[in-house]
Design a protein around this ligand. Structure first.
Ligand code: NAD
Length: 398
């Protein structure tokens, strides 16, 4: 056991440590959003697998399934465990907090900390589902990773966040200094595009579903959902029309193919949900996006429609994934919980602010302070109600 005072340590914008009590408080706040807004008679999936369940949209999905529907959840993630004085990663402490809260509230939960891309981890998950859970009725696929080791070819792929075809120059925030600067991104090579699709495309999602189908571990009518982002035009050169967009096109193609297979095999379905831009470790890595998010936060907060991951997942689970509810989809078959972000009045205001925003007026035109605070909160820092002068147990284990 190791009690210590944990102060935030950052490298640029990213924290290199995490605070267990702050992560636990964040988790309780997410649970409160779900339980306070839970419709009285709602029912939903009871056996849920979440791949990428320790942070961001995956963690919020797991909370929504467990506290929204009383579901048993199996969570899969890849996080560093604590070692002596070195804290674990935030996702690990989030998961410790999830297990404690689940046990307190009588909810079954199990987690696997390892590489979701590997065959071994899929085998371990299948064993737990077969022996302890019973057939899964919802699979959420919410991985975000810079690398993937392909167990079949033995190759390791790396994703690149680049434009395709042309060099892109655009506005961005230097997250360390808070300066609004220009970033130039060279176009990706064909190999970089292919590797990004291999990491963030749909192949591994398909392998998870193949595994569960082949071992008869999906319930009749089971659904699976993966997440994507579309966003407005000024982010397209780097997102939708860039390497990550190519990977997300592959996720959509995979979804269409999986949908047919699941329908024919078990009367099930596959969907892609378009989620709004939020602050996560993954989204910070994409140039241009943090500047856009800080403008988006300001406009959506002013309009009283600001949402974080848990508010988004509350809408996804209660309005689209509840029992006997058919998800509402757009003309392309996508679930659109980015609808408030994409509202004309929201996007028009951002389009007006975008050319005007500079280092000097960033604090006034954009919610940069909100973005920064959200970032610290991802690691359990700057969380209301946590006393950072008190020692905490950092070696808590799952
Ligand atoms: P995140 O970084 O918060 O979470 C990623 C999760 O994947 C973590 O649980 C991590 O442990 C897990 N993970 C990474 N590599 C792994 C591996 N090899 N094995 C097992 N687990 C692994 O990311 P996020 O932003 O919540 O993104 C999740 C999904 O949501 C992605 O598909 C992303 O494109 C999508 N999305 C994100 C945003 C946004 O603004 N952040 C918006 C729309 C859609």
């Amino acid at each position: 056991m190791s009690q210590q005072i944990v102060k935030q340590r950052s490298r640029g914008f990213i924290c290199v440590n995490a605070h267990p009590a702050g992560c636990a408080k964040n988790l309780e706040d997410q649970i409160a959003v779900i339980t306070a807004n839970r419709p009285a008679s709602i029912d939903g999936p009871k056996n849920v697998l979440v791949v990428g369940s320790s942070t961001g949209y995956g963690l919020a999905s797991r909370v929504a399934a467990a506290w929204g529907f009383g579901a048993k959840t199996l969570g899969v993630f890849f996080e560093k465990v604590p070692e002596g004085k070195r804290t674990a990663t935030a996702g690990y402490y989030n998961s410790v907090a999830f297990h404690r809260a689940a046990e307190r509230d009588g909810l079954w939960a199990k987690s696997l900390n390892g590489d979701a891309f590997s065959d071994e981890l899929k085998d371990q998950a299948a064993n737990i589902i077969r022996d302890e859970m019973g057939p899964i009725d919802l699979v959420i696929y919410s991985l975000a990773s810079p690398k993937r080791s392909d167990p079949r070819s033995g190759q390791t792929f790396s994703s690149a966040l680049k434009s395709i075809g042309e060099t892109y120059t655009g506005k961005t925030i230097d997250l360390g200094s808070g300066a609004v600067t220009e970033v130039t991104v060279e176009p990706a090579s064909p190999d970089e595009i292919a590797q990004t699709v291999a990491v963030m495309g749909g192949e591994d999602w398909q392998w998870w579903i193949d595994k569960l189908l082949s071992e008869d571990l999906l319930a009749a009518g089971a659904r699976t959902v993966a997440y994507t982002y579309i966003g407005p035009r000024h982010t397209w050169p780097i997102y939708r029309d860039g390497t990550i967009g190519a990977a997300k096109d592959h996720v959509k193609q995979t979804s269409d193919a999986l949908n047919e297979r699941l329908r024919d095999a078990i009367g099930g379905a596959a969907y892609v949900s378009v989620n709004k831009a939020v602050v996560t470790q993954a989204s910070a890595a994409i140039p241009v996006v943090p500047l856009y998010i800080s403008l988006l936060f300001r406009v959506m907060k002013q309009k009283g429609i600001h949402e974080g991951t848990i508010e988004q997942m509350r809408r996804l689970f209660f309005e689209h994934l509840a029992a006997d509810v058919e998800p509402t989809v757009d003309a392309s078959g996508l679930i659109r919980i980015d609808d408030w972000e994409m509202r004309d009045d929201v996007q028009q205001e951002i389009a007006e602010l975008w050319p005007r925003v500079t280092t000097e007026n960033l604090g006034e035109l954009a919610d940069f302070a909100g973005l920064k605070r959200n970032f610290s909160r991802l690691f359990g820092f700057e969380v209301d109600g946590v006393d950072y002068d008190l020692p905490v147990e950092t070696e808590s284990l799952l």
